[in-house]
Write a protein that binds this ligand. Structure first.
Ligand code: 5AD
Ligand code: SF4
Length: 447
């Protein structure tokens, strides 16, 4: 075994969902406890963590080409980076990665990355180390405290999924549903706010499956958690993603009318507008029951912006069934949405179903669906013109004096003025584009 130099710099590259972004931040915090610092922009890092996503196809291929690129860039810079593969591809295909990619020294699953320092020691000693356990004593207990964060921070409240939609790998890569304890979440939220967060987005595969007990020991659900977090005085905004129609409760709907800090935005995936397809997907809701839920959310919070996820070309999907998805989209008028071609995932029931759909058919359906979704997003943005709202400033815009932030409805808003990152600035939305809006500052800002 050849020993390796102790890394001084790191880079974490996260792919896929926001939970991976959160995990990536936490891995960076773990590495910081070892005195390893982020590599400067444009510089090759001594240690690279590829935090991967397995939800759709070509995930593994992307990892191998990234590894190849890192090795080549390292060689050109005269170094051999330590490479760790983390995330859901590591969990699902860790052994193959170790066999196929000799440049990889560490493989670590999404439930084991708190043990990264131990893996790193082994890698420095020249060993190749894998940890894809899902330990009972979860990672959260062993992670270091949160560091300085931006104005918008993520907080994972729940992980894993027990729903077993027939197309999805998440129940296999992220494991069973677990809820983090209330007191841990309150403490982490307080730390995030002290570190500068104005907005917290609660994360989970099914955040609304969260259950716990408050400080007095009373059982509470997701709505109870949101209400408790809303009491933190310096926290201005709360968001959450993603939720499942089957775990929606009356309390969750009602909180959108009751909690001012909860932003008027709901991401509630539906996947298809056809009841036959939904059944084959094991979604256990119908198009109609989903639409009724949205109606109830709109009754509780009339300005709520709606968002969803869609899959086109699920095995056996007919043109008429796809048309039902388009009809559902027309009925809802989403403010934003994510849509995907069905991708057969190894080990999932749908991958071996009859009636796999040809790629061209999927591409045609996806293009038609996205036309409809883009049309509705643009319409929602145009409808928003004239609204007065707060924008949470996230970064500088491209032009001098320009700032970029998010409206309550999660739209990107540009404005010119005297501001700072983290400010909540009152603007009037004056002009709409398909993906963003222009705002005009309403109140003079302190110099
Ligand atoms: N193929 C295509 N899309 C998928 N998703 C999950 N699994 C697959 C798959 N096998 C989509 C769903 C889900 C989102 C996170 O990713 O729409 O809501
Ligand atoms: Fe996957 Fe379905 Fe669970 Fe969402 S609810 S993570 S789509 S199995």
């Amino acid at each position: 075994m050849t020993t390796r130099p102790v890394p001084k710099t790191y880079r974490v590259k996260s792919f896929g969902c926001q939970m991976n972004v959160y995990d990536g931040e936490r891995m960076a915090e773990v590495l910081a406890t070892r005195g390893i610092t982020p590599a400067a922009e444009g510089e090759e890092a001594d240690l690279v963590v590829l935090n991967t996503c397995h939800i759709r196809e070509k995930a593994a291929e992307k990892v191998y080409s990234d590894i190849g690129r890192l090795v080549k860039a390292g060689r050109e810079a005269g170094k051999e980076p330590l490479i760790a593969v983390a995330g859901c591809v590591a969990q699902a295909e860790g052994e193959e990665i170790m066999a196929r990619a000799p440049a990889v020294s560490m493989v670590v699953g999404p439930q084991a990355y708190h043990r990264l320092p131990g893996l790193l020691d082994r890698a420095i000693a020249g060993e190749r180390a894998t940890d894809t356990d899902m330990p009972e004593n979860g990672k959260f207990d062993d992670l270091p405290a949160r560091r300085k964060v931006g104005p918008g921070a993520f907080l994972t409240i729940q992980e894993g999924c027990d729903k077993f939609c027939t197309y999805c790998v998440v129940p296999y890569t992220r494991g069973a549903e677990i809820s983090r304890p209330f007191s841990d979440l309150l403490r982490e939220a307080e730390t995030l706010v002290e570190a500068g967060a104005k907005e917290i987005t609660l994360l989970g595969q099914n955040v609304n499956a969260w259950t716990g007990a408050d400080d007095a020991g009373r059982a509470i659900g997701f709505d109870g958690l949101v209400k408790a977090l809303a009491k933190l005085p310096e926290l201005h905004r709360i968001r959450y993603t993603t939720s499942h129609p089957n775990d929606v409760t009356e309390g969750m709907i009602a909180m959108h009318g009751e909690v001012a800090k909860l932003m008027p935005y709901l991401h509630l995936p539906v996947q298809s507008g056809s009841d036959r397809v939904l059944k084959a997907m094991n979604r256990s809701h119908t198009a109609d029951s989903y639409l009724k839920l949205l109606e109830a959310f709109r009754a509780a919070r009339p300005d709520i912006a709606l968002s969803g996820d869609f899959i086109v070309g699920f095995p056996g999907e007919t043109e008429a069934e796809f048309a039902e998805t388009l009809a559902l989209v027309d009925a809802v008028k989403y403010a934003a949405a994510f849509s995907f071609k069905y991708s057969p995932r190894p080990g999932t029931p749908a991958a071996s179903m009859d009636g796999q759909i040809a790629r061209e058919v999927m591409e045609d359906r996806l293009a038609r669906l996205q036309d409809a979704l883009n049309r509705d997003q643009y319409a929602f943005n145009r409808y928003s013109v004239g609204r007065e709202c707060e924008v949470l400033v996230e970064r500088k815009g491209k032009l001098p004096g320009q700032w970029l932030g998010k409206s309550p409805w999660l739209q990107s808003v540009f404005f010119e003025g005297n501001a700072q990152i983290g400010d909540l600035v009152c603007v009037e939305l004056v002009e709409a584009g398909p993906n963003s809006l222009a705002g005009r500052v309403l109140e003079p800002l302190p110099a």
